[in-house]
Write a new protein. Structure first.
Length: 335
C-alpha cells in the first residue's frame, strides 16, 4: 500500500514525510483492518513530525482522524461486519487494568497506545485498530467531513465538558482552528455565548459565521468576563492573558498535547478560585457521546482537502495558519 512515513522528525517546511510503498498491515486477533477513505490532519501530527513529541516508533505513519470501511477481521473480531464505516481516533488502545482504566479515566492509562504516534496511523491506504476502540460514524456525514470529528471534535468536546460551562455561560475560544470550529457549534447548541480570540482575520470571520457573539485578537479587550476559556493555540505565553479574561471562579482549559513554556504568573490572575487544567486524550465514552451529539446538531465541518501524497503540504498549510477549518487527506473513494 501507499503511505506517508516519518523516518526522522524535521521542520515540516523540509517535507519530512516520505511517500512510501509498505505492506498492508494484518489485523491481530481482536483487531480490524480498515480501508482508509479520509484522514484528518491534527496539530498533534505537526508536533510528531517536527519532533516536539518524542519519537516512540520509527518509521511511523502519522494520522489519527481516520474514516474508512472495515476490510478485514481478526480471528476473534465480531463487533462489526465487513464494509461497516468506522472511525479511528487518537486513543488506539489502553491496558484495561491500571487504576485509571478501572476508574473511568482510561484517557490517563499508564500503558496506552496512540494512533499515528506509538502505532501506525491513517496517512496510508490501510490501517489496523482494536475493534473495541473503533467508532461507528453517524450517517449524514460524508467521509471527508467526518474525519475532523475524530480528534478536533472529540478533544474539543472533552475540553468543553472539563470547562464546566452550561446554558447561558460565557465561553472564550482562544485559537480558532479545527477544534474550535467544531466546539463552537456544540457550545451554541448548549446555549453558551462564545467569544473567539484569534490573530487571523479569516478565522475571526469563520467564528462570527458560526455564531460567536464577539471575535477579536488577544490585544483586544474581551467585552465580558468569561466563565471559562479553552486555549487551543499551543502558545503558553497566552496563559496569563487567557486567565485575565476569566470572571471569578472561571476555568481555563488547555486543549493541546504540547505547549510552549508558560511565563511566570501573577497570583492575582489565579486568585478568586480560578482554575487552570489540561486535557489529556479522551475516553471512548467522550468519543461515543460526541459523535451522537454531532449527528443530532448536526455539526458541519469546514474542510480543505489534500491528496494523501501531499500530506507535507497539508501540514505546512496548518503550521502557517492557512487552513480555514480543518485539513483532510483524501485516500480511497472518499465521499
Ligand atoms: Zn490502563
Ligand atoms: Zn489530534
Amino acid at each position: 500500500m501507499r503511505a506517508c512515513q516519518l523516518h526522522s522528525p524535521a521542520p515540516v517546511d523540509d517535507s519530512p514525510l516520505v511517500w512510501s510503498e509498505v505492506d498492508v498491515p494484518k489485523p491481530g486477533d481482536v483487531e480490524v483492518g480498515i480501508r482508509v477513505h479520509a484522514c484528518g490532519i491534527c496539530r498533534t501530527d505537526l508536533h510528531i513530525v517536527e519532533g516536539e513529541l518524542a519519537v516512540l516508533r520509527s518509521p511511523v505513519i502519522p494520522g489519527h482522524q481516520v474514516v474508512g470501511t472495515i476490510d478485514t477481521l481478526g480471528a476473534s473480531a465480531r463487533r462489526f461486519p465487513l464494509g461497516q464505516r468506522v472511525g479511528v481516533a487518537w486513543l488506539h488502545r489502553t491496558c484495561g487494568r491500571c487504576r485509571f482504566c478501572t476508574s473511568g479515566r482510561e484517557n490517563l492509562c499508564d500503558e496506552p497506545a496512540f494512533t499515528g504516534w506509538t502505532v501506525d496511523g491513517g496517512y496510508a491506504e490501510y490501517v489496523i485498530a482494536p475493534e473495541a476502540f473503533v467508532y461507528p460514524i453517524p450517517d449524514g456525514f460524508a467521509d471527508l467531513e467526518a474525519a475532523p470529528l475524530l480528534c478536533a471534535g472529540i478533544i474539543g468536546f472533552r475540553s468543553l465538558r472539563l470547562s464546566g460551562i452550561g446554558k447561558g455561560a460565557r465561553l472564550g475560544l482562544i485559537g480558532f482552528g479545527a477544534a474550535a470550529h467544531v466546539a463552537i457549534q456544540v457550545a451554541r447548541h448548549w446555549g453558551v455565548e462564545v467569544y473567539a480570540v484569534t490573530r487571523h482575520a479569516p478565522h475571526r470571520e469563520l467564528a462570527r459565521s458560526l455564531g460567536a457573539v464577539w471575535a477579536g485578537s488577544a490585544a483586544d479587550e474581551v467585552p465580558e468576563r468569561l466563565d471559562a476559556a479553552i486555549l487551543f493555540a499551543p502558545a503558553g505565553d497566552l496563559v496569563p492573558a487567557a486567565l485575565g479574561m476569566l470572571d471569578k471562579g472561571g476555568v481555563l482549559v488547555l486543549g493541546g498535547i504540547h505547549m510552549s513554556p508558560t511565563p511566570p504568573l501573577d497570583y492575582s490572575l489565579l486568585y478568586h478560585e480560578r482554575v487552570i487544567r489540561s486535557v489529556a486524550n479522551n475516553t471512548r465514552a467522550d468519543g461515543e457521546d460526541f459523535l451522537r451529539v454531532a449527528g443530532e446538531i448536526p455539526i458541519r465541518t469546514e474542510i480543505e482537502v489534500f491528496p494523501l501524497r501531499e500530506a507535507n503540504r497539508a501540514l505546512q498549510a496548518l503550521k502557517h495558519d492557512r487552513v480555514r477549518g480543518a485539513a483532510v487527506l483524501r485516500v480511497h473513494d472518499a465521499a
